[in-house]
Design a protein around this ligand. Structure first.
Ligand code: LMR
Length: 397
């Protein structure tokens, strides 16, 4: 190491890092004293009263857990395999339960799953390229970069026309090298709400299979788009075409377990020898990253999914949440013709064609909070706030 660096006081060589602008919005919103303020910032579901309640099924499962749990001893690096197994049926379909070519392990949230996947990929092929459509969730870039992966960006979406730029995605896949990784959002695209059609997914699946590209699917909103089954269709069809894939899954939104950090990394690998090696490496990496994932939230999800009555309570509440977001999209489109695209999109997010200055103006003048990219979390809105938001956006859209 160079001697100037060695002579510098410890940590003096660290570079300042930008703070996470999305998470910063939480503090800014809290500090705003205006009663009429509107929070469209971080991606958290809120009800009409602006609360993010603990779901009824979660409350019931937690009570059962509290009285039945006899030990908090270690579960192991893979976490709660009962949780992983129960989730396989929800994500991939009942038929794939027990299918040895598909397995997974519990991770701390979807972010943990993504980071674990990135570390695995870098171990398998140091510096491998990940193809990422722009825009994407702002944490995707640092997760992959910090793990040592190379990112190739292509344009996924045009904000002004609110449409997918599918030819750029197709071209990216035609340009990618064998063994490259393709990051795809399973649905409820963050930050645009614009999802690929079934035909487009078919094309992608064929290209991945033909060119030996590895799909890495980020699935964080199952059930918040069209329904639990519908939201999994694209993924299931893709997996029927490609031999290998990684799927980073989050239960933080669809079980509203945000702070409990509940997620899983699933892998499909047809070859048994490679699959065993893959699992061994995932366990080895997870042990160095977090040793074992937090138990509570995953145990709650396992209890819900293994009890038909609790599953029903959960799916009903999820349907209410999904319906509320869909109604808000329709109400906003009715209130402002320039927002008609909202009804073509899915999930919590949309990215409005606003400049950072306009976003700041909305915050200062009206107390409307959103990411500087123009991304809005529609689930932060109350129906009664629709007219105020539509009016405030009038000068800009
Ligand atoms: C979001 O995109 O707002 C959420 O996924 C929260 C986060 O961690 O960024």
């Amino acid at each position: 190491m160079n001697t100037t660096l060695l002579a510098a006081p410890l940590f003096a060589t660290l570079k300042n890092q930008p703070s996470d602008s999305l998470l910063e919005l939480i503090q800014l919103f809290r500090a705003d004293p205006r009663a009429e303020k509107i929070d469209l910032g971080v991606g958290v579901y809120k009800d009409e009263q602006g609360r993010t309640p603990v779901m009824a099924a979660v409350k019931q499962a937690e009570s059962a857990l509290l009285s039945a749990q006899e030990s908090k001893s270690y579960l192991g690096t893979a976490g709660d395999m009962g949780f992983v197994d129960a989730l396989i049926a929800v994500v991939f379909g009942e038929a794939r339960r027990g299918d040895r070519s598909l397995s997974g392990l519990q991770t701390p949230g979807g972010t943990g799953a993504l980071r674990l996947a990135a570390e695995l990929l870098n171990r398998a092929r140091p510096g491998v390229t990940v193809w990422v459509g722009s825009p994407t969730w702002i944490n995707h870039f640092p997760i992959f970069q910090d793990a040592g992966l190379k990112i190739s960006e292509y344009k996924y979406f045009d904000r002004d026309t609110q449409s997918l730029t599918f030819t750029a995605l197709r071209k990216a896949l035609e340009t990618a090298q064998t063994g490259d990784v393709v990051l795809l959002h399973a649905g409820c695209h963050n930050p645009t709400g614009a999802d690929l059609s079934a035909d487009q997914w078919r094309e992608i699946a064929a290209l991945c299979a033909e060119r030996s590209l590895l799909p890495l699917i980020d699935m964080a909103y199952q059930g918040l788009g069209h329904g639990l089954e519908d939201d999994a269709d694209a993924l299931r069809n893709l997996l029927s075409v490609v031999p290998d894939a990684l799927i980073a899954y989050s239960c933080n939104k669809n079980f509203a377990l945000y702070r409990d950090r509940v997620g899983a990394l699933f892998y499909q690998c047809a070859d048994e020898t490679r699959r065993e090696r893959l699992r061994g490496n995932l366990i080895h990496l997870a042990r160095t990253l977090w040793s074992m994932p937090p138990d509570h939230g995953a145990a709650v999800v396992r209890l819900i999914l293994n009890d038909a009555a609790l599953t029903q309570v959960w799916t009903d509440e999820l349907a209410t949440m999904r319906g509320r977001v869909r109604n808000l999209r329709a109400a906003l489109a009715m209130a402002h013709p320039g927002l008609s695209f909202l009804t073509r999109q899915n999930g919590l997010f949309s990215t409005l064609p606003l400049s950072p200055e306009q976003v700041l103006d909305l915050r200062t003048t009206h107390g409307i909070y959103m990411a500087s990219s123009g991304r809005v979390n529609l689930a932060g809105l109350a129906t009664a706030q629709v007219p105020a938001l539509a009016k405030a956006l009038k000068p800009f859209l």
